[in-house]
Design a protein around this ligand. Structure first.
Ligand SMILES: CC(C)(COP(=O)(O)OP(=O)(O)OC[C@H]1O[C@@H](n2cnc3c(N)ncnc32)[C@H](O)[C@@H]1OP(=O)(O)O)[C@@H](O)C(=O)NCCC(=O)NCCS
Length: 185
């Protein structure tokens, strides 16, 4: 099996959506529609086995410094052959290229992510993720996923997630929230 990890084109969207849907049906991850994949074309990578999409993953920027590995999936018949690890490695490389400082993930597979250099953190430290996605999740109040974080600049350092007010300052449209957020400097 010769598998290539590559960027995606519009033509890959149906296969990615179908691959994720299979695991979403088992409550292992959230579904991604073709339209959602098309909106994140630059952010996805796939594992291509001679024209068959056997894995996918995306790197979503939550703030100018923090990104998230999302929609990571490998076809069941290709598990435990290193494909998922290769996709994560590629996404970490993409994060470095983009000048991002931290990559996070919410996962049911903490051991897998630990082997890729992530450390466990309190999910409430990932406030940009919580307020942009988790609040819309049906499992918000009974979340069973483990929050993981990797510092790209100094991977050995203890995770030190960006303070919550950075997200507020960057994204809050309301003047009162901007006023509440302490200045960055
Ligand atoms: C999580 C997931 C993406 C991992 O993909 P994968 O291709 O099986 O990942 P890898 O092969 O790189 O690693 C899986 C295991 O195989 C082992 N492995 C890797 N290469 C191996 C090899 N050549 N020979 C034997 N074992 C190997 C690794 O040690 C790893 O063990 P770990 O999970 O305890 O760390 C995959 O299981 C999946 O799609 N799960 C369902 C969807 C899902 O849960 N997605 C959400 C993830 S956040």
């Amino acid at each position: 099996m010769t598998i290539t990890i590559r960027p995606i084109t519009e033509a890959d969207a149906p296969a990615i959506s179908a691959l994720v849907a299979g695991f979403a049906a088992q409550n292992l991850m959230l579904p991604r529609s073709e339209a959602q994949v098309l909106l994140a074309l630059e952010d996805f990578r796939v594992a291509d086995d001679g024209g068959r999409i056997v894995g996918c993953g995306s790197l979503i920027e939550l703030t100018p410094t923090l990104s998230e590995i999302r929609s990571l999936a490998v076809a069941a018949d290709c598990h435990s052959r290193g494909v998922g690890g290769q996709i994560v490695g590629e996404l970490l490389g993409l994060a470095r290229q983009r000048g991002l400082e931290q990559v996070c993930a919410l996962t049911l597979r903490p051991n897998f992510f630990q082997r890729q250099g992530f450390q466990i953190v309190d999910r409430w430290n990932l406030t940009p993720k919580i307020w942009s996605e988790c609040v819309y999740c049906v499992k918000f109040h009974r979340c069973d996923e483990v929050a993981m974080l990797q510092n790209l600049r100094d991977p050995a350092a203890a995770p030190d997630p960006a303070p919550w007010w950075h997200f507020l300052a960057d994204h809050a449209p309301q003047p009162v929230l901007r006023w509440l957020a302490p200045r960055r400097d």
